[in-house]
Design a protein around this ligand. Sequence first.
Ligand code: HPA
Length: 245
Amino acid sequence: MTVYAIIGGSGLTQLEGLNIRQSLAVDTPYGAPSAEVQIGEYAGKEVLFLARHGHPHRLPPHRVNYRANLWALKQAGAEAILAVNAVGGIHPVMDSGFLCVPHQLIDYTSGREHTYFADNLEQVTHIDFSYPYSETLRQRLIAALVAENVGFASQGVYACTQGPRLETAAEIERLERDGCDIVGMTGMPEAALARELELDYACLALVVNPAAGKSTAVISMVEIEQALRDGMGKVTSTLARVLKA
Ligand code: HPA
């Protein structure tokens, strides 16, 4: 049976209903992870949980120690990662509240610690990253979303920007021309690090605002926080279904 870890993003610093058995402060060669790794029972299954931005939420996307986070989860026994990410919607169907299980990504970040293989000068390692997400995990998420009967897209291209500012309208137009459907700040290097550690990885993205230029309204944190509150129930019940399946 797969040992799952859930990485909670904005709006999911705590997994409601997780019966915590143990909270592990894991030390890694890369420093401290964002928070303690919680191990417990959720939906009747053993699961690991880590708050990507810390608990309480304190780390902006470019300050998250992605290497420490993935390392800590692997060390704590995770085999598969279900990552939850809040995103802006670029494609017209990606309205606030919509969910997406991306099948591809484009990395627009810079300056983040993005590999475990930076210092090994004896052997240069290039992981295959043609398909950044585990198709098996994606299909499990998709099956759960179908059963939940919620609005979702079973594929999409995730653009990962550096943040913490939101994008300009011209940047979003460019991402759209590049073929991106959703935009967030935390999908990379997380997905690539998981691949380097040979952990299965998939993303469940919740759209929390129209991306820059896609609506006439100013994008506000109030709106984003409301969309997170409104949408997180769908996310957690979908995760519960994946675990139970
Ligand atoms: N852009 C980038 N990241 C985001 C957005 C956005 O519009 N919304 C939530 N995360």
